[in-house]
Unconditional design. Structure first.
Length: 394
């Protein structure tokens, strides 16, 4: 059997080498995709254009406005004395948010009274608006806490007792209706800087591998039918499972090369940490790669036409891997009927594994369930390829 599989694999490798399109798809496109998506897709919002309406015109309101403008998240475009014309600024898109300091703002803060600051947001892009709202809320909470600490320090709080004094002062202010008495101490694990690149790039490994594997093998058998060489294979002593293995082996090697390129690019260019075991990543990626290759090969066997097989591969690999795997949107946020459908998407399981290996240092003990499910999927789809490949002319 090996003597028949190796020539088939060598023949397919020669096809790949002589076809520059296949080489570009296999080597160049994964790097292009991860660079493009890695830089273009981000959940971090920075340099949001904001305006300030300072009706208080005090040193405190100017200090708050200056700190807002100095933040990396906001670009202070203009400062107004009245809210007249604010609606026009938002309509024209000159600013995405406007912060209004009311008259008496500094007086109310000094008296530890509740102080309302109006924030007007352009909600035409709800994602930007929600993130900007969160940034502004956290920034004002921090500024208010810092202001209280500075006031207590000026009142004579000792340096050694600053932490306890701030907590006591915060509780007292909360009792008087000022700052809240409970201050959360937040610690983020695995991605302490909440860098969206660390979240996106491992997911891109799954998307790129699935799409490339499906596209490349979708042409393998269909090409044989279109060029008339399938008749030569059928007339020989080769069996269906040997043809399937011979077709898969060169693309499996290419897939592992793609994995290496994507991982190196993600870690060196984007600085994504790889905390897990490389062997664990290799095994998980190999099983997932067999799933993608099997899907593409099955489509190639069924379609018998390169163009049709290519289009089906795009439809059945790119869209599910991008939209239904949890790459962009949490699966728990999807409708229940869609959640049920995602169990048929191999990328769903691989994204859990690859993100865990990269960010959480997962080992085999953490991913064995997903690994077994992917192995079962690969066995089913490859068995389908063997059964569907009929060595006869219809």
């Amino acid at each position: 059997m090996i003597r028949r599989i190796v020539p088939l694999a060598r023949k397919e490798a020669i096809h790949i080498r002589r076809d520059p399109r296949s080489l570009f798809l296999a080597i160049g496109l994964p790097i292009l995709l991860i660079l493009l998506f890695g830089y273009a897709i981000t959940f971090d919002i920075k340099h949001v254009e904001i305006g300030i309406v300072d009706q208080d015109r005090t040193a405190l309101s100017r200090e708050f406005a200056a700190k807002l403008g100095a933040s990396a998240y906001f670009d202070l475009k203009l400062t107004l004395d009245s809210p007249a014309g604010v609606e026009k600024l938002l309509d024209e898109g000159r600013v995405k948010a406007v912060v209004v300091f009311p008259s008496g703002f500094a007086r109310d803060v000094a008296a530890r009274r509740d102080t309302a600051i109006q924030v007007l947001l352009d909600g035409s892009n709800n994602n930007t608006a929600l993130i900007a709202m969160g940034y502004i809320s956290r920034l004002f909470q921090k500024l208010a806490t810092d202001l209280l600490a500075e006031g207590m320090a000026r009142a004579g709080a000792s340096a050694a007792g600053t932490a306890g004094g701030v907590a006591a002062g915060t509780a007292a202010a909360g009792a008087r209706g000022g700052l809240p008495s409970v201050e959360p101490r937040i610690r983020v694990w695995y991605n302490p800087d909440l860098n969206s690149t660390d979240f996106i790039v491992p997911g891109l490994v799954a998307v790129v591998m699935m799409v490339m594997a499906g596209i490349l093998t979708s042409l393998a058998v269909a090409r044989e039918w279109e060029t008339g060489t399938m008749e030569q294979l059928i007339s020989g002593p080769v069996r269906a499972h040997e043809i399937v293995l011979g077709k898969l082996l060169p693309y499996f090697a290419l897939g592992l090369a793609q994995l290496a390129l994507v991982v190196v690019t993600g870690t060196l260019v984007f600085g994504v940490p790889l905390r897990g075991n490389l062997l664990c990543l290799l095994v998980a990626s190999s099983v997932f790669l067999l799933c993608g290759l099997g899907i593409g090969l099955f489509l190639s066997i069924v379609a018998r036409a390169q163009q049709l097989a290519f289009m089906l591969a795009i439809l059945l690999t790119l869209l599910p891997a991008f939209l239904l795997s949890g790459f962009m949107t949490p699966i728990s946020s999807m409708p229940r009927i869609i959640q049920a459908f995602t169990y048929l998407i191999p990328a769903r399981y691989f994204i859990i594994m690859v993100r865990g290996i990269f960010l959480k240092g997962f080992g085999f003990g953490d991913i064995w369930r997903e690994l077994l499910l992917l192995a079962a999927f690969a066995a089913i789809v490859l068995t389908g390829c063997v059964r569907r490949l009929k060595l006869r002319l219809d």
